[in-house]
Design a protein around this ligand. Sequence first.
Ligand SMILES: Nc1nc2c(c(=O)[nH]1)N[C@H]1C(S)=C(S)[C@@H](COP(=O)(O)O)O[C@H]1N2
Ligand SMILES: [Mo]
Length: 392
Amino acid sequence: MGELQRRDVLAQAGVLAGAALLQAGAMPRTAAAQAGPALVVPWSDPPEPVPPALSGVIQSLTPWENLDSWITPNDRFFAIGHYGFPAIDAADWRLEIAGLIDRPASLTLDQIKALPRHEVTSTIECSGNNGLSFLTSAIGNARWAGTPLAPILRAAGVRPGAIEVVFFAADKGQEVLRKGTPLELSITSNFARSMSLDDATDPSILLCYEMNGAPLPRTHGFPVRLIAPGWYGVANVKWLRRIELSAARFMGRFMGRDYVTVREENLGGRTVVTETSVGRTRLKSAPARVTRAAGGYRIEGMAWGPLPIAAVEVRIDTAPWVKATLDGTQASAATWRSWHLDWAAAPGEHTVTTRAIDQGGNTQPAMDDPSIADKMTYWESNGQITRRISIT
Ligand SMILES: Nc1nc2c(c(=O)[nH]1)N[C@H]1C(S)=C(S)[C@@H](COP(=O)(O)O)O[C@H]1N2
Ligand SMILES: [Mo]
């Protein structure tokens, strides 16, 4: 109890730190909203532990039950590092702007910080979230500060013919192509992702150096990372080193081989396999936790997607869908929206399923919807989530 209350106080302090956050609204403070202090009732289907082979790649996964603030504190924000988490000395770090531009540049951290400062609160979800048995809370929401990328590219003078912007990072690893064949090729390549020139010059894209008011932590990309609101985590390249304008599409591991969603679609009786690079976030919601207070049970959760959230509905067992209450207001579609539903739970085993509906009238797909059922890979798993809980 003491711990929960302390966290509530910390969460509230975080919320008061910025006017934008007040406007967006924090999760309702359970203890205050219900009669008497609240306890979290854990789900009875906890995620599997992260396999030892991946424990170096996935860090700080914070169980949904521990979520008690709209802003995710830095030390509870999940971190993914495919090639480790490099420690970079800001003093000899430079960001190169290169390729098809008139004026190549090499920027220091101080030069980047001297450019116009923008802040954005945005939610980052790993595209593998809920696609793997051990990945269920790979999502967080933070206030990021940095400078917009578009004016930097404009100042560099993008040459005609440039169609692609490639973001190269400092972390690197060995990749083996055509493994086990006579044509095997082993390369050492840096983590990199690309965007079309059009996508990369969207004014919302930031060269980010601050997370929730602190310098970007090492695990989240110190000194500078890309923040691409509305894109899945993988597009938010950390430990940025070089931005290259190119006349060719970039097809590195994280664009063309890994983070590729494979679907077997049925087009009028004919099966067509599509392979697409993980891109923008999809409409989704998650039940976060159930709390219990003297006044009864409450289900709390989050919803997010490419458009602002219009509604969240909750289904207990096989009962009809019930509308949850959306908390606060949603300033932008870049952030998740918290919601809650009071629940007169009967003792026994129950399932809790949620679905989000956005302001475009789209509904989060059910697990048997073709967009989910036809998917042969675990990426972009935005199907409705069902959790199990035991009420005593
Ligand atoms: N340089 C680099 N950037 C990266 C990655 C990486 O391994 N290396 N992982 C990506 C993935 S898969 C995700 S989900 C997000 C996670 O951001 P976070 O670690 O700050 O939560 O970072 C992305 N940016
Ligand atoms: Mo990811």
